[in-house]
Ligand binder design. Structure first.
Ligand SMILES: [Zn+2]
Length: 318
């Protein structure tokens, strides 16, 4: 785009909607922002998105386009088929309804795809035409940039490696299958590994940090204890890093990205975790000793990434 255009990005979370207005020439620079609680139901969601879009546009100036990121399965027409973290929202033609209400072109995609677009346009994957952005939170989200474009797939459902099965006999996943990568390599995967280690009396320092209650041990207790030098907690983190590396190696073998960006809540422990992942990734990736090391970096844009990426989505959508 040759001239600056104000674009609105709206990021729908399970608890809040964050809206930003950005300038097309510097999308990582936020001109205005607004956040409100996520309402129940599809009609309420459209009302709230209109309210947030109006607020940021009033503050930043008239906008030309709107992008929306939602946690769920979104097709290329902008229809949300299911959103497990949104109450009473399913089969919602969100792009069509919001466009009718605001009178602007509206594009909708999965929130992890938006996150990837943000890191690609102005974050840790800037300038990379081949990039993989993986968000490790309660589950795993991902977005794939290939050939300088977001990979959306035939229906819009591409980029869901969190549900790549890494153990067919593994624990059940909310998606209905068993042993999905996100059951092992997300924040909840770390919590499960920690609980198992604590129940086997292999994690005393982290249990102490959790107030002595094995059932209360979380990932942050493990990372805090590991940071303080506890070898048992470090061993659990290393096991966790192995699960992350297993999935990343599969993805690197398929995509050969120039950069892999890790985002989400676990970024707070990136200084501890990423060196462990890098070491195991080099061993697991095909011909790891005969190719350049995979560039593995933490995400740069923080909690606004989803909203910024939604704006980038609107800017880059044909
Ligand atoms: Zn799954």
């Amino acid at each position: 785009m040759l001239w600056p255009v104000i674009t609105i990005g709206l990021d729908v979370g399970g608890t809040k909607v964050l809206g930003v207005a950005v300038d097309s020439t510097a999308p990582a620079t936020v001109l205005a922002e607004e956040r409100v609680p996520t309402p129940e139901g599809g009609a309420g969601l459209v009302d709230t998105l209109l309210e947030v879009a109006t607020a940021v546009s009033t503050a930043a100036g008239p906008a030309a386009r709107v992008g929306v990121g939602v946690p769920g399965l979104v097709d290329t027409s902008g229809r949300l088929h299911m959103g497990p973290h949104l109450r009473k929202v399913h089969e919602l033609p969100l792009a069509e309804l919001l466009a009718q209400r605001c009178g602007l072109p509206v594009v909708v995609d999965n929130d992890a795809n938006c996150h990837a677009l943000a890191e690609w346009a102005g974050g840790a994957a800037s300038g990379a035409d081949e990039a993989l952005v993986v968000t490790l939170g309660t589950g795993i989200g991902a977005g794939i940039i290939a050939g300088g474009r977001l990979v959306r797939g035939a229906n819009g459902f591409a980029g869901e490696p969190g549900h790549m099965v890494v153990d067919p006999n593994g624990p059940p996943c909310p998606c209905g299958k068993r042993g999905c990568w996100e059951r092992f390599a997300s924040g909840s995967g770390l919590a499960r590994l920690a609980r198992e280690a604590a129940e086997a009396d292999r994690l005393d320092a982290a249990v102490d940090l959790a107030g002595g209650d094995v059932d209360e041990v979380r990932g942050e207790h493990v990372t805090a204890a590991a940071r303080a030098g506890d070898p048992e907690s470090h061993a659990v983190l290393d096991e966790f890093a192995g699960w992350i590396a297993l999935g990343l190696a599969n993805l690197v073998n398929i995509l050969d990205p120039a950069v892999v960006v890790i985002g989400g809540g676990l970024v707070d422990a990136a200084d501890l975790l990423l060196p462990l992942v890098r070491a195991q990734l080099a061993e697991r990736v095909m011909a790891g000793d005969r190719r350049p090391p995979v560039l593995l970096v933490p995400a740069a844009l923080g909690e606004r990434a989803g909203a910024i990426g939604a704006a980038v989505l609107a800017l880059t959508d044909p």
